[in-house]
Each structure stands twice: as structure tokens, then as C-alpha cells.
Design a protein around this ligand. Structure first.
Ligand code: URA
Length: 245
């Protein structure tokens, strides 16, 4: 009998590409952990929770930190998207951002790099942010779902349901003063509505007491550049509010 053990084809270009993407994602994750206060896999000691004000019911519960939210997310398998992803795309930017951009979900480039909005649509988002005299480092960027749907299809309700609690926790930690919802999925999910983005955009709504401006998704702008004018109008409103913070 011939017992041949199948070994992975380590020299195949696909395998190497995948391995490289995994390493890049891991490196990014570690950089993010370090930036968030993790060193050598141990957490710096957390400050004690604030004392309860006299006469209150008990100790004030400190909000979770972003690294705690990330840790709780772990190697998430809460929905079917985990099986096709290379990296979880948690979010990047300033953990104390006054302005948070929320997109739909990672595409191919984001999945490979483990960072949101790094592909073509991301380059346009970077320009949009710069157009209001801000940088990607000053704001925070996240998505409704953290794993890439196969073939970039729309996120499905069970996937949004599984993932949204983590975005909510991120927003609870960051406590931004303004949110910009990029596209239909972000706007409809955060505002709990089925209204069209064309009717939602252009004015502030409220998300948990935070003004939220829905606007067109940068990927939609790449296909329909004549809507850039509308996005610019929306951004001017965000900028005006931002300057008054
Ligand atoms: N589109 C999104 O909605 N999010 C990304 O991170 C990239 C593209």
C-alpha cells in the first residue's frame, strides 16, 4: 500500500500570497494593540474606576476600552463570514475622535490588510476627510461588519446582527461628538430605518444623542461621480458642526 502524506504546497503563489496577507494582518493587529496600550502581550495596569459620587447608587462603571472590545471580539466566529475572511477589520484612528466614519464592511484590500478603507474607495474617503481639513489619524474609521462578505456582496441581516454590538461598543468607548454614516447599510443600520440614503442624507439625525450625517458611500461615488457635489454639501455641514465643538 502507498501511504503518501499530503503536505501543503508551500511554494504555490496563492499560498504565499495568503501567508503574506496573514502576516501583514497580524503585524497590523500587534501595532494596533501596542498603540492602544498593550506591550509584550500584557496589558498595562488599568486606572482604578472612579469613586461613586456621594449619594449615588454605587460605583460609576467605567466604559470599556477599545482594546477590551477588540479582545472580546477575539477570533470571532459569531457569523458565517468568519470562514472566508483573512483578517478581522476592527477599526483604525483616534480612540478619542470627535468624528467617526462608519462604512459598510471590508472589501478585498481591507480583508488582506486588516484595516478599513484602504482600497480605492478608501483613497477617496481619505480625500473627503482631508477636504474638511482633518486627517485619518484624527478621526476614527470603522464598519458595520468586520469581515469581508464573499465577492463583496451586501451584508446579510444575521451578519449585521452578530457584528453590530461591537460597533456599538466601539462608539460607546470613543463617545464621538459626530458620526458620518457612509452609504445605505451604515445609515439604515444605525438609524434603524429602511429609508433610502438619498432621502436620509443632507441633514443630521440622532444616534444615541449623537448627531449623525448619512451620506453616499465613497464606492458609490466612484461609480456615480456626479454625486460628489452632494457629499461635499454634507461634509460642509459636518465641518461646520465640528468647528463648533
Ligand atoms: N467599503 C466599506 O464600506 N468599508 C471598507 O472598509 C472598505 C470599503
Amino acid at each position: 500500500m502507498n501511504f503518501r502524506i499530503q503536505t501543503p504546497a508551500l511554494d504555490q503563489p496563492d499560498f504565499l500570497l495568503h501567508l503574506r496577507a496573514l502576516v501583514a494582518g497580524l503585524r497590523h493587529y500587534l501595532e494596533e494593540e501596542r498603540a492602544l496600550g498593550f506591550e509584550g502581550w500584557t496589558k498595562k495596569s488599568a486606572p482604578s474606576p472612579p469613586m461613586a459620587p456621594p449619594g449615588s447608587q454605587g460605583p460609576v462603571v467605567s466604559p470599556l476600552s477599545l482594546e477590551e472590545v477588540r479582545r472580546e471580539l477575539g477570533d470571532c466566529r459569531r457569523c458565517k463570514l468568519h470562514s472566508g475572511r483573512t483578517n478581522i477589520v476592527f477599526g483604525t484612528g483616534n480612540p478619542k475622535a470627535k468624528l467617526v466614519f462608519v462604512g459598510e464592511g471590508p472589501g478585498r484590500d481591507e480583508d488582506l490588510q486588516g484595516k478599513p478603507f484602504v482600497g480605492q474607495a478608501g483613497q477617496l474617503l481619505t480625500k473627503i476627510i482631508q477636504a474638511i481639513q482633518l486627517t485619518r489619524e484624527e478621526v476614527y474609521i470603522a464598519n458595520i461588519i468586520k469581515c469581508r462578505p464573499p465577492g463583496n456582496r451586501n451584508p446579510e441581516p444575521d451578519e449585521i446582527q452578530a457584528c453590530e454590538p461591537f460597533l456599538i461598543k466601539q462608539l460607546e468607548v470613543i463617545r464621538p461628538k459626530l458620526i458620518c454614516a457612509l452609504g445605505t447599510f451604515a445609515a439604515q443600520t444605525l438609524l434603524e430605518t429602511g429609508e433610502k440614503i438619498s432621502l436620509l442624507r443632507g441633514r443630521f439625525h440622532q444616534y444615541q444623542g449623537i448627531p449623525i450625517m448619512p451620506t453616499y458611500h465613497p464606492a458609490y461615488l466612484l461609480r456615480n461621480p456626479h454625486f460628489k457635489r452632494d457629499v461635499w454639501e454634507d461634509m460642509k455641514k459636518i465641518k461646520k458642526e465640528y468647528e463648533q465643538l
